[in-house]
Design a protein around this ligand. Structure first.
Ligand SMILES: [Mg+2]
Length: 280
């Protein structure tokens, strides 16, 4: 009786579960796991390295940096999916942040998501305090038993994704879409020496005098300023030769920055970091 009722419910009332991991899925942060080995030597692991290596019972692990979200970089390809899901509403849909972090991190995670303007009132936060992939798949399995029929699971850890995909064998009627998202690797390494004072950015805007679309930092001292307008090469040569001789550029050079102007469409091949005030 109860089984057929459940089946009926799954046909009549689709129940969607949308599950997002936090670290390296929605955000890349500089929080590290500290290890102390039996011989007293120490090391640090990123969450990705930890997920691959697992724990050696001989070592001591310190997760205290995961009580906060340190120097976060948003992974927009995934936060935009979360935004779309949140905007689609919670009618017949539960949206969950499912993380191995311990419950002590909840406020830090919520604060971060609020900072990037995600409506956390529509999200359920589940902090397992357990990095075992089965901890996540067991949690999802319970949700299936409670009536979830359509599951999307996004996580950067292949082990977590595999554990969730394994549920398909037991629950062939449930729609399970579990995907490994590896976008954190595409983000530039954040290097503390690559910081530019926001005052310098304002100064460049003022000195250049032409509308600037974006600025990029290359190595520690070269800033590319991409202009809002697309200029032909002749005009760009004139702009550039004027800029090269200008007192303004010389002042910036004395402060340790070389500033290069590029037309809107010019390609910048070098690895670069978009400079926005929130990254600084
Ligand atoms: Mg992760």
């Amino acid at each position: 009786m109860s089984l057929s009722f459940k089946k009926w419910r799954s046909f009549i009332n689709e129940s969607k579960l949308r599950v997002f991991d936090f670290d390296d899925t929605l955000v890349k942060s500089q929080s590290k796991i500290k290890i102390t080995r039996p011989d007293g030597s120490t090391d640090e692991l990123t969450p990705g390295e930890y997920a691959i290596e697992g724990e050696d019972p001989e070592n001591e692990y310190d997760f205290s940096e995961f009580e906060e979200v340190i120097d976060p970089q948003e992974i927009e390809k995934v936060t935009n999916i979360l935004r779309n899901v949140v905007n689609a509403g919670t009618d017949g849909r539960e949206i969950v942040i499912l993380t191995a972090r311990r419950p002590i991190s909840e406020d830090a995670i919520k604060n971060y998501l609020e900072e990037i303007e995600i409506d956390i009132s529509r999200i359920t936060f589940v902090l397992l305090g357990d990095a075992d992939p089965l901890a996540k798949s067991d949690w999802i399995e319970n949700k299936i038993k409670e009536g979830a029929t359509d599951i999307l699971f996004l996580d950067d850890s292949g082990k977590n994704v595999d554990a969730v995909l394994d549920l398909k064998q037991q629950y062939p009627d449930i729609k399970i879409d579990a995907r490994q998202v590896k976008y954190a690797e595409e983000l530039p390494e954040e290097n503390p020496t690559k910081q530019v004072d926001p005052e310098i950015i304002d100064m460049i805007k003022e000195y250049v005098g032409l509308p600037i679309r974006a600025m990029y930092l290359y190595e520690s001292d070269t800033i590319f300023a991409r202009l809002e307008e697309a200029y032909d090469s002749k005009t760009m040569d004139e702009v550039y030769s004027y800029w090269k001789e200008s007192n303004e550029l010389h002042k910036l050079q004395q402060m340790g920055y070389n500033v290069r102007l590029v037309s809107r469409e010019a390609s910048i091949d070098e690895p670069n970091i978009p400079l926005t005030k929130d990254l600084l």
